[in-house]
Design a protein around this ligand. Sequence first.
Ligand code: 5GP
Length: 200
Amino acid sequence: MVESKSTFPVVIAGPSGAGKTTLAREVVRKLDHCRFSVSDTSRPRRGRERPGVDYNFVDVETFKMKIETDAYAEWAIVHGDHYGTPRSEVDGSVEDGKIVILDIDVQGSAKIRKYYPDSVGIFVVPPSLSVLERRLRGRGTEEEDRIQRRLEDAMRELDRMFEYDYIVINDTFDGALQDTLSILRVETLRASRLNRIKSL
Ligand code: 5GP
């Protein structure tokens, strides 16, 4: 017999506005054995974001102190603000036997992929740049200079999509969700993730 040790980190990256946060949240809502990794950030809280649920909002001094104490599994400056994955989010989920979903940028995902070689990398792309721009503006939560910066950063991020295991095109949300769920299902069945518990 075999049993699955389905406790691997899944990195969902892609440009801002590609829809990866909504996708990651929906995957976690649908699958009991998945957990969303809540990051720390120094950026200001947006709209309806809930502290401790969407992000832990911390000031730059606190963030830097946590870097010093090695509290982050990875951290990066993204669009001019600090973002970091607390080690406890990844290690705690693995201990609890959960798949942990990290919605992070390309710099952070490269670090996670290096330190957690069993992790899975998914890159979410919008169907076109004009759709990306429309989605970023449609959120109505950011000033024009922040939108411009995110569009410029998107070009750099898109350059790195082939570093990932899978590319999901977020044309329709349902399609992208089904693709992501299929990837997780298949990854759970990988022979290397299965424990032999007794002879067949
Ligand atoms: P937003 O400000 O739109 O919520 O996120 C901006 C970017 O930062 C997104 O690409 C998001 O995935 C990324 N991000 C969020 N949390 C983290 C984190 O903990 N580490 C890194 N490296 N990037 C993050």
